[in-house]
Design a protein. Structure first.
Length: 408
């Protein structure tokens, strides 16, 4: 079967007219502005909106092609669109307010038409502007607790869980994470990039086998521990929000993996923002106040997650784990793994291939090196001290104590 043809600014109009979306969203009127979304790395993304009512009558069209949209030489499975849709539907069952609405899915052409979050900002960009989101701790803490608990062995029967796992086998995108998060950043590899001013600090990481051994423990956990259905790419670039609403997007990397990977990836990106405020919050008092808010956000998010997760376990657990002490050990291990996976996410964003706006927008090389060095030191401290952590305050204390090693 030949690969589906990529949509363009004209054919996307023709396509929409053949779907229920034409009447459902656009009331049968073809009065459109078509805008390709340049931010997409993996998928082709196009916004189609009404000229007369662009806020209310607007959709996002997302097409999975057999390659990464930004990197055409990188071949990818088109089945990722099915995985994305199925996870959005599961997440929508438990947290309908935290995911975009699905209007239409074409399994044959791998096209998804969904709600346009045009009233929302990518969280990473908001944090760079020191915007405070009063509800995000509750929204994300509850979202992670519910979506992870309800797809785990703590809630599902053994048979239900084992029947669900094969539906989310995602080998190519998991291999991307195995390489880019858990392998390449800890060796000389052509994919890696880092600020040259931090060469001594990066070489120290490459030569630290104790650190590498901790990363490989996490890598093995990632590859073998089918604990729950995880988003697998949950960072501040996969969250869109405003002061009232929070939406989690882009779950095409989803598979059954370790719960702490999602929680750690998100908290690790908050820590990256904490480090990057060295540049983005120019005023010293503004920087201090916003970093205090970010530190509290890390703490509050975990506390809400833990409380919600344990409440669900107590009230809706399947009864197969009748040990209060086991619950305590489970949560403690989850916290320690969260710090580990958070550290791995941070390091791959700082010395690996996939960097983030928080730092690459810093044009001054010295300021960027200082900010990134703080991030590296938070990550290393989380990684090396995670086995001693017993509360989320331990993680916050390590984060707020971190300083830049540059200039050396």
């Amino acid at each position: 079967m030949s690969a589906p043809e990529a949509l363009n600014e004209q054919t996307v109009k023709d396509y929409i007219k053949q779907t229920p979306v034409f009447k459902q969203v656009f009331k049968g009127q073809e009065d459109w502005t078509v805008q390709p979304i340049a931010e997409g790395n993996v998928n082709l993304i196009i916004r189609v909106s009404s000229k007369s009512n662009p806020t209310e009558e607007s959709v996002i069209v997302k097409q999975a092609l057999p390659y990464a949209w930004r990197y055409p030489d990188f071949k990818m499975p088109v089945d990722r669109s099915r995985i994305e849709v199925e996870l959005l539907r599961i997440e929508g069952r438990y947290c309908p307010d935290q995911v975009p609405k699905i209007y239409h899915y074409d399994e044959e052409r791998h096209i998804l038409i969904m709600e346009d979050l045009n009233r929302h900002l990518v969280m990473r960009e908001g944090l760079m502007k020191q915007i405070r989101y009063p509800h995000v701790a509750k929204h994300l803490g509850v979202f992670m607790a519910r979506t992870l608990f309800y797809t785990s062995d703590l809630y599902l029967s053994s048979g239900e869980k084992k029947a669900l796992v094969p539906q989310f086998i995602n080998p190519v995108l998991c291999k991307v994470q195995e390489d880019l998060v858990f392998t390449e950043p800890y060796m000389d590899h052509p994919n890696n990039r880092w600020s040259k001013l931090l060469e001594p600090q990066v070489r120290q990481i490459h030569n630290d086998d104790e650190l590498r051994s901790e990363i490989f423990l996490l890598k093995e956990r990632y590859m073998t521990h089918a604990q729950a259905l995880i988003h697998n790419d949950l960072h501040t670039g996969s969250i869109m929000l405003n002061e009232q609403e929070t939406k989690v997007v882009d779950p095409e990397f989803a598979f059954f993996g370790p719960i702490a990977h999602d929680v750690g990836s998100y908290l690790g990106n908050l820590a990256l923002s904490y480090a990057a405020q060295e540049y983005h919050a120019r005023d010293e008092q503004t920087r201090k106040d916003y970093r205090d808010w970010l530190a509290n956000l890390v703490k509050e998010t975990w506390q809400i997650f833990e409380t919600e997760f344990l409440t669900l376990w107590e009230n809706e657990g399947n009864g197969d784990w009748p040990s209060p002490l086991f619950r305590k050990k489970y949560i403690r291990e989850l916290l320690q793994e969260t710090l580990g996976f958070g550290a791995a996410e941070m390091l791959r964003r700082l010395i690996g291939m996939a960097h983030v706006h928080d730092f690459w927008t810093i044009e001054d090389a010295e300021m960027r090196a200082i900010s990134e060095s703080i991030g590296i030191n938070i990550a290393v401290s989380w990684l090396k001290n995670r086995h001693q952590a017993t509360t989320i305050q331990d993680a916050v204390d390590l984060m707020t104590a971190a300083k830049s090693s540059y200039p050396f």
